[in-house]
Design a protein around this ligand. Structure first.
Ligand SMILES: *Cc1c(COP(=O)(O)O)cnc(C)c1O
Length: 372
């Protein structure tokens, strides 16, 4: 085991062992394992947490993304081939969801200070067939939502959010990730800020039609048993994951607060001219620090820092080494050049960040980077 692992999931869940076991036992005992009591309770609790009217549990984050888009297509608000603007430096799942449902992803470069979609470039990328924007609150930082919402409204674009890294991120006025557009997708993959003990996802929305259609799509396209309104899929939140997530949700805000503390220490105490630190937003609640990504001057320097930290037993990861437009799966599909996404892929390095890191571990990371 590394001295400071990048993320230790066992340590993260261990303090809640009793309540997790109780939750699991209740599910076993109930005799009902998919879309039941716990799913309903967790959906209600998570909708309330996000400040939305509805939440629909699905199998994972990728399905949450694709089903929320498909719901808009079934409602006739989006049509096959319509363009959706997505960030050029996102995780591949965002792009996969758009193309999987027959929409066309159009990549928009990020702002270098926030790593998030640049609202100015968003405006340039918007063309005659653009019908929607799918923002990603990458690394846990809310995008410039006031500006983006205003732009979406002015052009009559549908606004969607990929909140897979941003559970609990909020504007100063309390508005939460997932509450800004027509629908938003969450992932509860075990490493996320709120993680299940398996796969799980959620669509949140204020639109009853979207919620109902997502629910039907995830259940073979059926609202009524054996009656199929849509060509659906099987993507449902199971009772076990719902019960475990329900037990963990009350702790999410304090975990995010601890992440902010660690981010603040990194920002104050890491002092190395070779290592560029991420910006802390002026409203701290806007960032939930799913990832703390530093940048190096170039790829060589990144390799050196990663090796240097590895020798000292400090785990790091790269989010993400290959941007979507350079993936073999999308060869030749994207027009234009994406130098910012490419440069980020070569120079970012994520250092340990999790609510269960001790102060000593944080000091260890800071000391090592300052020595580099
Ligand atoms: C994790 C993640 C997803 C996909 O979630 P899964 O539950 O793994 O399918 C989508 N988008 C982003 C930005 C993610 O980080």
């Amino acid at each position: 085991m590394a001295k400071v692992p990048f993320l230790d999931l066992k340590r993260l869940n261990a303090p809640y062992m009793d309540s997790l076991k109780d939750a699991a036992c209740s599910v076993v005992d109930s005799g009902w394992y998919i879309r039941g009591h716990f799913c309903e309770l967790f959906e209600r609790a998570f909708a309330e947490y996000c400040g939305t009217k509805y939440a629909v549990g699905v199998g994972n984050g990728l399905d949450a993304l694709s089903l929320m888009l498909r719901a808009s297509m079934e409602l006739g608000r989006l049509h096959e081939g319509d363009e959706i603007l997505v960030p050029s430096n996102t995780y591949i799942a965002t792009v996969l969801a758009v193309s999987a449902v027959g929409l066309k992803p159009v990549l928009v470069e990020p702002a270098e200070n926030s790593y998030d979609m640049n609202p100015e470039l968003l405006k340039n990328a918007c063309g005659a067939r653009t019908r929607g924007i799918l923002v990603v609150h990458l690394y846990g930082r809310l995008c410039a939502m006031d500006e983006i919402c205003e732009f979406a409204n002015s052009r009559d674009l549908l606004l969607f959010e990929d909140c897979a890294q941003a559970h609990g991120a909020r504007l100063r006025d309390g508005r939460s990730a997932g509450s800004f557009g027509s629908a938003a997708a969450y992932s509860f993959y075990p490493t996320k800020n709120l993680g299940a003990l398996g796969d799980a996802g959620m669509v949140v929305t204020n639109d009853a039609d979207v919620a109902n259609i997502v629910r039907a799509l995830g259940n073979y396209g059926s609202e009524q048993k054996y009656v199929n309104k849509f060509k659906g899929v099987n993507s449902r939140l199971d009772e076990m994951q719902a019960a475990l997530l329900l037990a963990k949700l009350p702790h999410l805000d304090s975990w995010n607060e601890r992440r902010r503390e660690i981010a603040a220490r990194y920002s104050r105490e890491i002092k190395n001219s070779k290592v560029l630190l991420p910006e802390i937003p002026s409203t701290p609640s806007e960032h939930v620090w799913h990832v703390f990504a530093v940048r190096l001057k170039n790829e060589e320097s990144r390799v050196e820092l990663q090796k240097f930290l590895e020798k000292r037993g400090i785990g790091t990861l790269i989010h993400y080494p290959i941007p979507p437009h350079l993936q073999e799966a999308y060869a030749g599909e994207f027009n234009g050049e994406f130098p910012i996404a490419e440069s980020m892929a070569k120079t970012v390095l994520s250092i340990p960040m999790s609510p269960v890191m001790t102060d000593d571990e944080v000091s260890e990371v800071i000391g090592a980077i300052n020595e580099f």
